[in-house]
Design a protein around this ligand. Sequence first.
Ligand SMILES: *Cc1c(COP(=O)(O)O)cnc(C)c1O
Length: 384
Amino acid sequence: MLKSRLEARLAHQREQGQWRERLSMSPNPRAKLRDFASNDYLGLARDSRVAEALAAGARQEGAGAGASHLVNGHSPAHHALEERLADLTGRPRALLFSTGYMANLGVLQTLCDSETRVFQDRLNHASLLDGARLAQSPSRRFHHRDLADLDRLLTRTPQERDKLVVSDGVFSMDGDTADVEGLAATCQRQGAWLMIDDAHGIGVLGEQGAGLVGQRFSVSQVPVLVGTLGKAFGSFGAFVAGDEVLINALTQFARPYIYTTAQPPGVARATLRAMDISEQESERRERLHAHIAGFRQAAKTLGLPLMDSTTPIQPILLGDNQRVMKWSLHLREAGFMVGAIRHPTVPRGTARLRIVLNALHEWHDIQALLDVLAELKDQEVKVS
Ligand SMILES: *Cc1c(COP(=O)(O)O)cnc(C)c1O
């Protein structure tokens, strides 16, 4: 019974052109140059200094933490990293989680129950929706970046309800950013709390890479800030930043925090090293933003269907699954790794190539990618 149901679902997945494949990527650092898929925005995941910090941490403290944070898995490296993250984001406290997925589950499960009302941007990350489910608090979804729609939903909510508004900072499949100022003002007016998941903003946006929210919006405007460490900082893990009450509540009540092994202490050391580099080598961010501007300019000239993004995530909106698969296969054959994003990750009919720029790219790599995209577009014009 169970098995035949799985088989039927798998067959359906294939028929819909939604089959997901894993590629095992070569560890050759030169292969990085043609990587337009990973979220390693600053090029730190393979930085030898970060790797060395990881190795030294493992040699001194072991390969694993051995226990959860609340038993005896909380090392001085974890603690130092939490303080550093609180500093970076301009928050009183920060708390480490093993992954961003778990951080989001933990926050929502701690803050919400069936009496709470949760409002989410339609394009929020899956982990935010899953977190609300874990809290048994159904999400009301507002139109993407639509403050009026959010305001309408909030106005219809009984005053006595606790309200939490949740948004990605940078939308991971579109690359556009939340209007944090507008969201904060709406929340203040409506008596709601605001949670921003800045997974793709940390390290990339803002002064010193503090993100879309860090240092720019106070803890009273954005009481709950989530960031991940496996993207721009090139390592692994995540954090929640906020005030004392929030962090204490998470430490006491967040099941995805309590009932899991702490990340290896060497990983925390690697993140600390990556944060040093991010701070000292701000030219990485400058170069990345120059690449973004250059790519958009060139892609516009070629008439490629860009989306409204000022971040390293630069999707090319192709529409249907087959077209996206065809383009991505062609790109792979030409030596470029680009994400092919389809339903259910994005709405039906909005399948896209997700091109991600990083600070290690040279302009000639980006130009070579643009040449292949131009070729693909010309071929289609000729066929039709
Ligand atoms: C990647 C991502 C996460 C999950 O973070 P992991 O550390 O990879 O589990 C959460 N939220 C957003 C918006 C993300 O892009």
